[in-house]
Design a binder for this molecule. Structure first.
Ligand code: SF4
Length: 66
């Protein structure tokens, strides 16, 4: 399970390649205020189905952004 704050999509390296860079930075700086942000997930297991997720989502493929 990856349901703690550090495991949420907004702080995952696979999140948000389709977002403006400024928006992605804001999500990572203030994840708690980003509940309305939805973006693509680029994880190999999800990209083929063009999964879009909330910044507050999570899954087992979570990998922290650098
Ligand atoms: S769905 Fe999983 S892999 Fe995709 S951004 Fe969220 S935590 Fe990362």
């Amino acid at each position: 399970m990856s349901n703690d704050t550090n495991g949420q999509c907004g702080s995952c390296t696979h999140f948000g390649s389709d977002l403006p860079n400024e928006t992605l930075v804001q999500v990572r700086v203030n994840l708690d205020a980003s509940s309305d942000v939805v973006a693509g997930c680029g994880a190999p297991s999800n990209a083929s189905v063009h999964l879009r997720v909330s910044a507050l989502g999570s899954c087992d493929a979570y990998a922290p952004a650098a």
